[in-house]
Structure formats: structure tokens, C-alpha cells
Design a protein around this ligand. Sequence first.
Ligand code: ATP
Length: 297
Amino acid sequence: AVLAAGAIATLAEVAGDVQRAAGAAERLLELLDTQPRIQSPVPPQALPRPSQGDIALENLSFTYPGRETPALVDVDLHIQPGERVAVVGPSGAGKSTLLALLLRFYDPSQGQVTLDGYDIRTLDLEALRRVMGLVAQAPVLFSGTVAENLRYGDAEASNERLRMAAQDASALDFIDALPQGFDTPLGPGGVQLSGGQRQRLAIARALLKDPAVLLLDEATSALDAESERLVQQALDRLMVGRTSIVIAHRLATVIAADRLLVFDGGRLVAAGTHRELITTSGLYRHLVALQFGGETL
Ligand code: ATP
């Protein structure tokens, strides 16, 4: 819900990814009314190109406007360029809030978020959001053709690049099988895609955007085995060469991560690899049993 709320600010960029099912639109409008707008600084600090994808949270706390209890408390964290980080924790732990702060949908109440050493509040907002690619849980696509949906990742992308991105996202075969291929209209009145197909289109869009940092809210809903395999392959290709921060709901993801961050009640309570945390963190063991159905402990 947090990500859906903030995302309206970057509609052209990520709305397709972040808008969730029924009711979301009303909630967004409500939040737009009440949420102080995050603005780009004048003049912004220029971000050296390309971004290293180096991220730090320093002494960061955050309380939502109108709330008493902080959603994040005293978080100190440094994520290395190219690192694969998986975020886990019980419901309400602050996982989505962490992503929302990285996208600067909100500013911290205390402390700072830095990208390549710069406080993100000093950076041009659009430049920041070009660096941060978000693939949300339940990507809803715009009405428009497949190609138009993909070009939200990069408006200038040639047809050839669209095909390459679709290929890397394991989406090319099903797109080519649609009645008009890339020119097939989607959404109301158009073709309805399966959950796994939508996810792969969202991944293709992120590939076209080519962000230094990938923020991924992994789907909780189960896909069939074949679809799952295709999405996983696509994600593996998407993560190569980028810093990735994944809200993890799948065992394969936490096992493959360089580092897991365990959040509880807004605090970063444990960090390490899956193997380390299985022996050192009772909460992590509990989460694994709960969220991943106790597979292969
Ligand atoms: P889940 O796994 O259920 O998605 P989470 O770990 O992502 O949970 P957050 O969504 O970050 O947790 O929520 C952290 C805290 O902030 C919770 O107490 C939640 O109620 C609160 N919160 C989340 N979004 C908002 C919002 N838009 N306005 C006010 N409070 C919020």
C-alpha cells in the first residue's frame, strides 16, 4: 500500500507497476490530498553518471504523518554496488516503507538516505527515480499496446530493443503468440494476460529502463510451476550488474541473496546469509517456517 501511495508522483514512470487492484485509486487520491508533496531541490546536486548503485541509510527513523509509532527506527545500513539484498520480516515490519524511502516518496523523520554518497534530498527527483527501478508485486498494465506498455521503461526504445528486452524477460514467446504481437492492445477491451505474463512485461519494462538499483516487491501469489520458472529466469537476468533490494517471499530468493536483512517492528534486527541466519536468528527461522512453508531448512 505504501508503494502504491507514493507512486502516483511518478505516474509516467511506474504507475503500471504500482497500481494495485480495486480500491487503490480511491486510496491514492486520499493520500495525495493529505501527503505533503516531496519536491525536487533547487538547484539539484548533479549525480555523476552512471550511478554506482551505492546505497546507505544512516541513523534513519521514519514515522508516517499522523502516526504515533515509527515505521522505521534507527536503521543503519550500507548496501554495496551490485549487492543482492533480500529484506524479510513479519507483516508491518517496515519492508515496504524502506522501499518507499529509497524512492523518496517520503523523507525520513531523522537521519538520511544516500545514493553514491549524496543525500537523496539533494538530488533531482526524476534523476533519482531513473536510478531506482521498481518492480511491484502486482503490476497492472495501462490500456494501450504491449509496445506502449514497454516504452514506459524507455520512451525512445527501438523495436529491436523492445524485442531484446522481451526476450531477456522470457516474454517474447507469448508476445509473439498474441493476435497482433507487440501491437496487441491490453487492458479493458483488449487481451487479458496472466499474472506471470504481467510480471514478465514489468520485468521487460525494467530492463528497458536499465536502472542501477532494482527495487523488487516479490509476488506473494503462487504462479504455476512453468510460469514461476520463467519469471525467476527473467528476474535473474534483470538483477545482473545492479544493486538489488528485494522484499522476499520465496525461498530461492533468500538463498541466492548476498545478504538478508531481517526487520521487526521497524528495526533492523539481524543481517547475514540464509545459512548464517538459520543458526543465529530465531525470528528468521520462524519466518522461514511460516513464509516458505518450512521447505528445506
Ligand atoms: P507487509 O509485509 O504486511 O507488507 P511491511 O513490512 O511492508 O508489511 P510496512 O507496510 O512498511 O510493513 O508498514 C510498517 C508500518 O507502517 C505498519 O505499522 C503500517 O501500519 C504503517 N504504514 C504503512 N503504510 C502506511 C501509510 N501509508 N500511512 C500510515 N502508516 C502506514
